[in-house]
Design a protein around this ligand. Structure first.
Ligand SMILES: *[C@@H]1O[C@H](CO)[C@@H](O)[C@H](O)[C@H]1NC(C)=O
Ligand SMILES: *[C@@H]1O[C@H](CO)[C@@H](O)[C@H](O)[C@H]1NC(C)=O
Ligand SMILES: *[C@@H]1O[C@H](CO)[C@@H](O)[C@H](O)[C@H]1NC(C)=O
Length: 416
């Protein structure tokens, strides 16, 4: 979920302090061309570069957001015929995008692995991410109106729209869902607010699942959570609803290439900052890929997505966005925001979590597991140091996570 914060801090720290002092030191610019190219390319070109088919689809939501959904309809090497392919929809976490499922390359990225295994792969992009930063009327670059949403809207509006679209295009009635972090939060939101969507889900694999944040062990986030609602009001007041738009620009790519690449003297600092905040694990992280990762992530989000997580942390309840008192009454008809009813999540859920994930803490996962309406299994990753971001980029993610995900999806297929 909060990989974005991590990268954000990295960017700010690196850009403000270290570079200024280091102008004298020469930064070896010889990052391999292959890596630089993967950093430059957006998802469609990146996927095609490796010989995979990629379709871009636009989905317009009921409230006017134009979302891009990426589809890899079949594999490159194996099983690329016209046989009947089960549909799998993958939803990214906070500040991530569809890119995170392909940027590590074939045989490593989850999207490629699923395509090779015979799935029709759809990659969602939530409103506000770089691939879905568009609206029929509102301008993301002027005022806060475009950014007036949290993951409540992503779950309540975006997910149903993208899922219906994928089912319609592929002529299917049901699909498999895989979510990471906020991609799980928004799924709980969807299934509790719009329970009819439960029937469209064959299986839900929740990677680093997030609902409650009571035990998260990131001190910085705890501090921030106290002020989150004030921060939100403030940002609305001054008309900025996007989380540091600067991170969407070339700055991150620059940081990745110049400061965090294998040949840069600052790579150590880059990783240290990430460790400090948590959610990353040196053994599972391929540092060579830093420039590619920083070029694609963070991919954009609203201030309100963070605020909403801050509220969850602070209140200890998994509930809808708190607009405060009278506004809650106007919007929800109650003074406090309503709880999301997790027992309404009737789709079969497989929770996959890690013992050392500071953001999806074991005790919070336990609580979620108890409240879900149809828990199939709860599995901890058999490597205790595996962490939050490793679910996307971990060197051994295939062996430790994806292979098991596929096995469970296949089992659910058979029982249909
Ligand atoms: C399927 O894969 C084979 C072997 O890689 C290749 O020769 C063929 O062109 C592929 N077909 C399609 C439709 O992509
Ligand atoms: C933001 O959305 C809420 C509903 O969630 C609405 O009541 C409010 O007027 C919106 N504010 C702006 C500035 O668009
Ligand atoms: C790290 O990434 C590089 C570049 O893609 C690759 O050549 C290398 O094999 C990767 N290392 C591991 C341990 O996966």
């Amino acid at each position: 979920m909060l990989g974005g914060i991590v990268l954000l801090c990295l960017c700010v720290c690196v850009a403000s302090g270290h570079y200024g002092r280091s102008d004298g030191i020469s930064l070896d610019p010889k990052v391999p061309e292959e890596i630089l190219e993967d950093a430059r390319l957006k998802v469609p070109a990146l996927v095609r570069k490796y010989g995979y088919p990629l379709e871009e689809h636009r989905v317009t939501t009921a409230d006017g957001y134009i979302l891009t959904v990426h589809r890899i309809p079949h594999g490159r090497d194996a099983g690329n015929g016209t046989t009947d392919r089960p549909v799998v929809f993958i939803m990214h976490g906070l500040m991530s995008s569809s890119a995170d499922w392909v940027l590590m390359g074939p045989n490593k990225g989850l999207a490629y692995i699923l395509a090779e295994d015979g799935f029709d792969v759809w990659l969602g992009n939530a409103r506000g991410t770089r691939y879905s930063r568009q609206h029929i009327k509102l301008n993301p670059d002027s005022g806060a109106e475009f950014w007036n949403f949290s993951w409540d809207e992503i779950g309540n509006i975006d997910l149903p729209a993208m899922i219906d679209y994928a089912l319609d295009k592929s002529n299917k009635k049901r699909l498999h869902y895989i979510g990471h972090s906020q991609g799980t939060t928004s799924f709980w939101v969807m299934c509790s607010l719009r329970p009819d969507y439960n029937q469209k889900i064959i299986s839900m694999n929740a990677l680093a699942p997030v609902a409650y944040l009571t035990y998260n062990t990131v001190p910085l986030l705890k501090e921030i959570s106290l002020f989150s609602t004030v921060f939100d009001k403030l940002s609305n007041l001054i008309g900025v609803g996007e989380i540091l738009p600067i991170t969407n620009s070339l700055v991150m790519r620059w940081a990745g290439e110049k400061l965090c690449s294998d040949t840069a003297v600052f790579q150590e600092i880059c990783t240290d900052i990430i460790f400090l905040i948590g959610g990353w694990n040196s053994l599972e992280f391929n540092r060579t890929m830093f420039p590619v990762i920083l070029a694609h992530t963070p991919a954009g989000a609203s201030v309100r997505q963070f605020t909403h997580y801050g509220q969850v942390m602070h209140s200890g309840s998994f509930r809808r966005f708190n607009h405060l008192g009278f506004w809650n009454y106007k919007i929800y008809g109650t003074w406090d925001p309503p709880l999301y009813d997790l027992s309404q999540v009737k789709a079969p859920v497989f929770l996959r979590y890690s013992l050392s994930d500071p953001l999806a803490h074991v005790d919070d996962v336990e609580r979620l597991a108890k409240e879900l309406g149809n828990l199939k299994a709860k599995t901890s990753i058999p490597l205790s140091s595996f962490s939050h971001l490793d679910f996307m980029w971990g060197i051994n993610a295939k062996k430790l996570v994806y292979d098991q995900v596929i096995a469970d999806m296949r089992r659910m297929e058979e029982s249909l």
